[in-house]
Design a protein around this ligand. Structure first.
Ligand code: ADP
Ligand code: MG
Length: 198
């Protein structure tokens, strides 16, 4: 049954210089729904999600999360960016990347270091990457990096998941497992999922 939208986008317009990437986009994503944004390369899909979370400035429009302005509600969103071969020039290991997803909760609940590590390890286990927790992120394959970023999103335990082509570098078997993992979250925990795919 339709409920109030988890995510409501009204009249969203974004330009890069004098080039309009998306123009006056309206969209509603009901709570606990699973949606896909599809379209060819260059259509403006990634721009849309970046504008929603505020990393890309908007020219016009409004975004609401559960009927509240998105400002001050960003902690309800987990965002997985489109993979752009992560080329970390500083050493960051897999478990640190996943723990980044916990920073907001750490502030909120004052979690202990040991507890953070065990949550992060559990999330890595769910994407089949637990045995690589000490690896440098830059040394992993594209598909492995993608799974680590999915684990980080899982660690965030968010209301709304915005996932920009999260399965693009995964082989079919792993892709199926990741899809099942996200489906479980959506069905059991009634979270809202928005995927980009092309
Ligand atoms: P999609 O994700 O659907 O492939 P994008 O949102 O990445 O599309 O891009 C939409 C359009 O905006 C494309 O024409 C792209 O070239 C352009 N674009 C994306 N990012 C930038 C940027 N940082 N600067 C200038 N143009 C950009
Ligand atoms: Mg894109």
């Amino acid at each position: 049954t339709p409920s109030k939208p988890a995510l409501k986008i009204q009249g969203l317009t974004v330009s890069y210089g004098d080039k309009t990437a998306i123009f006056s986009v309206d969209a509603n994503f009901p709570t606990a729904s699973m949606s896909a944004i599809i379209g060819p390369n260059g259509a403006g899909k990634s721009t849309l999600l970046k504008a929603v979370i505020g990393v890309q400035p908007i020219l016009a429009g409004q975004v609401h999360i559960f009927d509240n302005p998105i400002k001050n509600n960003l902690q309800k969103i987990a965002y997985v960016p489109q993979r752009v071969s992560v080329d970390w020039d500083f050493p960051t290991n897999v478990i640190d990347v996943v723990q980044m997803g916990l920073y907001r909760q750490v502030g909120l609940l004052g979690r202990m270091k040991g507890e953070q590590t065990s949550i992060a390890m559990d999330c890595l286990d769910r994407v089949g990457m637990a045995d690589m927790w000490q690896q440098q992120i830059g040394q992993l394959s594209g598909g492995q990096q993608q799974r680590v970023f999915l684990a980080r999103a899982l660690a965030q335990d968010a209301e709304i998941y915005l996932l920009d082509e999260p399965f693009s570098a995964l082989d079919p078997l792993i892709r199926r497992e990741m899809q099942d993992e996200l489906l479980k979250i959506q069905e059991k925990l009634q979270r809202t999922m928005v995927f980009i795919t092309h």
